[in-house]
Design a protein around this ligand. Structure first.
Ligand code: 26W
Length: 820
């Protein structure tokens, strides 16, 4: 069939060197003697991907032949991280490449650094999508990931005088060797206009959409290599182009400048990733992005089916998994295609649709739930609004039948909210349409049922389920932590990389003094590696003989970076006031990594505060080096891969009931850091698995939080009654950390004292007490190492492979395609 003849190039040092030189000369067009580092990197990337090509073709062929059910993962974000190293471990080429390049006088490490990671996501949700597609490829499960090829990914963060300044992320500017554009497969997407009714040939009155404008979606394919299993799945990201109509305008109007403006308008749709994480802005362009990629993806999937395919069988061949509400407009889109285009009766179409979608919710914050004003949705997608209205009418009729005379319930459950303006509640639409609705950790799924969607879980208890998140052990252990990986493989063999529960076999080694010694050597080596990275990347000096205490995640009030700052400020205050002898505590380095949404004022303030506290503490000789704060800018996947393996302590201190799951928490545990954390998200499950002795739990429990908030929370009480807390807050308020403008941090202080939405003051003392337990535990070097090893050994559950089996089991009912 034209693909079977594709074979991988030779798996040998000489073979690779030859292919690499060929790419450099004939692909990049330069001789080795004049090749820049970027030339070399691009040639290397193209050489490595050649080794994946045969597997990719074979995967596609097998999938077609097997007629297996495919997971179509719909996600507005994929936070992929660098591709080169992942491709190297997937093909087991690392050593061959290293040797081949050395023979040519090239250092692989230098070329690795040349890659700009595709940062096509904000944080947890986007990184989860990347872990999931990795797992499905490794498990040989048919999956296609659909998303948007943003020209600008998450902004590059810089600090100017300690304050965040955003720079555009020009990730494509030096070449994009991992993508395969397919302009010939472009899909047209329509927008705007109106709807009309007409009478078809059979005399039936029908509705149809008369759109006003359109754009093209050009697919770019990316390889998603399974780990050493000969499989490569596809990630298909859409890029917006102007349609021919725009070219015609150029021709007709003679107004060249105006026509080019139209083109720019079309291409704006995939221009930039919205950097808001958890607070939807309700921007028209964002809705355009959502409909754009979902319409392209559904059309693309349907186009791939055989011409005579009976669409009533669609649920047998696909499950569209909705990664949060961002792709939910796909529900009325599929209905529109089935009813308006394919002329399937409404009830049949609805039955099909309800079996083809499932919805994952990733948040608990009410302000994070997406709603679209009816006015906006109706203007951009008039036919979809009509379809949503009909879905709502029929749904409400069903509710009315189940609960007669319950007008309040109808109003609560309606997809259309009336206040503050008429708008479409996307989470409700997803819940009504989805075959299943899941939360991302046990606690989150429970709160989702009880607090976010209680009426729906009462109506359809079986629709709701939990799938606890996971992370890929390939990237976050094998690739990020080669030293630990070798130690583990030495101890229990290599099988753990694709069967992470096998880490359990390490448990007895926690009691082996020689193994503990080697484990500590790995940690130290990782700290030294990190010190090297921070020195060249940011000019930051990192001491490697201190406890490394790390808090990396998006900056958000509910995650409570301020609680961490209060801890540091309190220690500092106690040292300079003479209460605490700095020599009496184990030296600590506090490392932060966090981006703030550019429009989130308070979050940016907190970043300023961390940097200013850091500058003051680091420079004060009275501290005697006992406390150091480091905050490298632009935390991303690449930096995470260096930071997490070096960490001793993982900070997971969100207010109980607010962090849906967290996934950084899992990465730290798997890399042998101990967690200090609240009873929130997946922390609950981590603690259950690693054991209370190996986890520092503190803080209010979710029901207690609810209770306090019910009676009315007064943060000032804690300030008045706790002298340690008061002294820390007063020190910030005094302007000690901002001598140039003593009042800059007033908004933070006054917010803490009057509002403190996330109860940082209420948890302050418990947090300090837990940190003292950390100090005590850390002094017991052998005991700490033992706990760290047990964290690794008992965290196998948090592999995203396990998450995928759970989705298959509880939601998708799909199957791996086995090699034949
Ligand atoms: C702009 C609107 C918006 C709203 C919500 C943008 C992005 C979101 C996401 C749902 C926020 C997000 O990333 N949630 C995180 O998802 C992770 C993966 O499930 C969880 O581990 C985190 O706890 C959750 O905050």
């Amino acid at each position: 069939n034209g693909t079977v003849s594709v074979t991988a190039p030779q798996h040998s040092v000489e073979g690779f060197a030859k292919e690499f030189l060929r790419e450099l000369n004939f692909g990049q067009g330069v001789p080795l003697s004049r090749a820049s580092v970027n030339d070399q990197y691009l040639a290397l990337a193209r050489t490595v991907r050649e080794y994946l090509m045969a597997r990719w073709m074979e995967t596609l062929r097998r999938q077609r032949d097997a007629h297996a059910k495919t997971v179509a993962y719909l996600s507005a974000e994929y936070l992929l991280g660098r591709q080169l190293d992942n491709a190297l471990i997937a093909t087991d080429l690392t050593e061959i490449v290293e040797e081949a390049l050395t023979s040519l006088g090239i250092d692989l490490a230098t070329l690795r650094e040349q890659e700009v990671e595709p940062g096509l996501g904000n944080g947890g949700l986007g990184r989860l999508a990347a872990c999931f597609v990795d797992s499905l490829a490794t498990m040989s499960v048919p999956c296609i990931g659909y998303g948007i090829r943003y020209e600008y990914g998450i902004f590059r963060q810089t600090f100017v005088d300690g304050w965040q300044v955003e720079q555009p992320d020009t990730w494509l500017s030096l070449g994009a060797p991992w993508e395969f554009p397919h302009p010939e497969d472009a899909v047209t997407v329509h927008f705007g206009g109106s709807t009309e009714t007409y009478t078809d040939d059979d005399g039936v009155t029908r509705s149809r959409w008369v759109p006003a404008w359109d754009v093209l979606g050009v697919p770019y394919n990316y390889m998603v290599p399974g780990y050493q299993n000969g499989r490569v799945n596809t990630l298909r990201l859409w890029s917006a182009r102007a349609t021919k109509a725009f070219d015609l305008q150029i021709f007709n109007s003679g107004d060249y400048a105006e026509a080019v403006r139209a083109q720019t308008f079309a291409e704006n749709i995939s221009k930039v990733l919205y950097p808001e994480d958890s607070t939807p802005q309700g921007k028209e362009l964002r809705l355009q992005q959502q409909y754009f990629f979902v319409a392209c993806s559904i059309r693309d999937f349907l186009d791939g089916l055989p011409a005579d395919f009976d669409l009533h069988r669609l649920p047998d061949v696909v499950m569209f998994q909705l990664n949060d509400t961002h792709p939910v407009i796909g529900v009325p889109e599929l209905m529109r295609i089935l009813v308006d285009e394919k002329k399937i009766a409404w009830d049949e179409a609805w039955a099909i649709t309800q079996k083809c979608f499932a919805y994952t919710c990733h948040t608990l914050l009410p302000e994070a739930l997406e709603v679209w004003p009816v006015e906006l949705l109706g203007r951009l997608l008039p036919r979809h609004l009509e379809i949503i209205y009909r879905i709502n009418d029929e749904f409400l009729a069903q509710v009315r039948q189940a609960y007669p005379n319950d007008e309040l319930r109808l109003r609560r459950m309606s997809i259309i909210a009336e206040h503050p303006e008429r708008s479409v509640r996307m989470a409700f639409l997803a819940t009504i349409a989805g075959a299943k609705v899941n939360g991302v950790a046990a606690l989150h799924s429970q709160l989702l049922r009880d607090n976010v969607l209680p009426d729906f879980s009462e109506l359809w208890p079986d629709k709701f389920t939990n799938v606890t998140n996971g992370v890929t052990p390939r990237r976050f252990v094998r690739l990020a932590n080669p030293a630990l990986s070798d130690l583990i493989t030495d101890a229990i063999g290599p099988g753990w990389v694709t069967d992470l529960e096998r880490l359990r076999e390490m448990e007895p080694l926690a009691d082996d003094a020689e193994f503990r010694e080697r484990f500590r050597a790995v940690k130290l080596a990782n700290k030294q590696r990190l010190a090297g990275v921070l020195a060249t990347r940011d000019g930051i000096e990192l001491r490697t003989d201190a406890m490394l205490d790390v808090m990396v995640k998006r900056l958000h009030e509910y995650k409570r970076q301020t609680l961490k700052v209060l801890h540091i400020v309190s220690l500092y205050e106690r040292i300079i006031s003479g209460e605490l002898d700095p020599a009496s505590i184990p030296p600590r380095v506090f490392a932060f990594g966090a981006k703030a949404a550019p429009g989130y004022k308070m979050a940016k303030q907190i970043i300023g505060l961390i940097n200013h506290v850091g500058a003051t503490v680091n420079a004060d000789p009275r501290v005697q080096g006992a406390l150091t704060v480091v905050f490298p800018p632009n935390y991303n996947v690449t930096l995470a891969e260096k930071l997490i393996p070096a960490a001793d302590l993982s900070e997971q201190i969100s207010l109980a009931g607010k962090e849906a799951s967290g996934t950084g928490n899992m990465k730290f545990a798997l890399n042998g850091a101990l967690t200090i954390g609240t009873d929130d998200g997946a922390n609950v499950e981590i603690r259950e698995l690693v054991g209370d002795d190996n986890f520092f739990l503190f803080g209010l429990l979710e029901p207690q939080v609810a209770e306090i908030q019910a009676v009315g929370y007064d943060p000032s009480k804690y300030y008045e009654e706790n002298a340690t807390l008061r002294r820390a807050i007063d020190l910030i308020a005094s302007g000690t950390f901002s001598p140039d403008d003593k009042r800059v941090f007033e908004p933070i202080v006054s917010n803490l004292l009057t509002e403190d939405r996330f109860l940082a003051l209420a948890d302050f003392q418990a947090y300090l007490d837990a940190q003292e337990r950390v100090d005590v535990a850390y002094r017991d070097v052998e005991g700490w190492t033992r706990s760290a090893i047990l964290n690794v050994a008992r965290s196998g559950f948090f592999s995203s492979d396990r998450s995928m089996w759970d989705y298959i089991d509880r939601i998708w009912h799909s199957q791996p395609v086995v090699a034949r």
